[in-house]
Design a protein around this ligand. Sequence first.
Ligand code: NAD
Length: 241
Amino acid sequence: MAESEIEELQKMIDGAKRLVFFGGAGVSTESGIPDFRSKDGLYHQKYKYPPEYMLSHDCFEDRTEDFFDFYRDKMISYEAKPNAAHFFLARLEQAGKLEAVVTQNIDGLHFDAGSKKVFELHGSVRRNYCTRCGKFFDLDYMKRSKGVPKCECGGVVKPDVVLYGEGLDENVVRGAIGAIARADVLLIAGTSLTVYPASSFIDYFRGEKVAVINLGGEKRVSGALQLNAKVGETLEKIKIH
Ligand code: NAD
């Protein structure tokens, strides 16, 4: 990562009045949670069914036990702690310099780091609800449960995450798009920008400055300052004035 790129990013963040961060699974790989599309990501591991199916509404309905085996094994990380990227964003918000975090992640690590305004486009593993009576269950309950988790009323307890084939929460979408549309600087990081519709929300950005911090850097955003680097390692170098 070139020193000049860090300097440019520093200037962009210093000059921002309404900065919005848009992130994906790559934001949490430095916390030890695998993403989908990196070489160590879930899409490069072998399963009986592809991950898109294992995390789909169809799988939840038709092969509920397989769904929960995969979900507990691969989508919940109990030990993961926020990394430098999560902490930087929380500090930036506390300093009044960050409007919002818009994340595709479901791990809840932005909240653990202290961020307050976080739009979790795909929900959170921290919330689980009975599909029959609506009772809330926390992550510990999920952790302790075996097979298909059930409520006392007999209903299946479903994680509040958006599965393939399900729609996004309207209020979360409205909040995320509103924040992006009002932003003057957009910082995108750790996302392949391939998961629809979440990735299309950056098209609402009307400001002038965009920076992308992404390992691989295969997907380019036109006019953006593009850093082919780790997001945590990069943001650790940025000062908050
Ligand atoms: P993705 O796996 O498609 O892409 C991640 C991108 O981040 C890749 O381009 C990769 O090269 C890059 N990357 C990996 N580590 C990085 C790092 N340290 N610094 C910078 N870049 C890094 O992820 P996506 O675009 O978010 O789409 C995957 C979907 O899967 C999302 O919808 C998300 O909900 C879900 N998911 C979430 C988690 C999580 O909550 N932590 C984990 C896996 C998948």
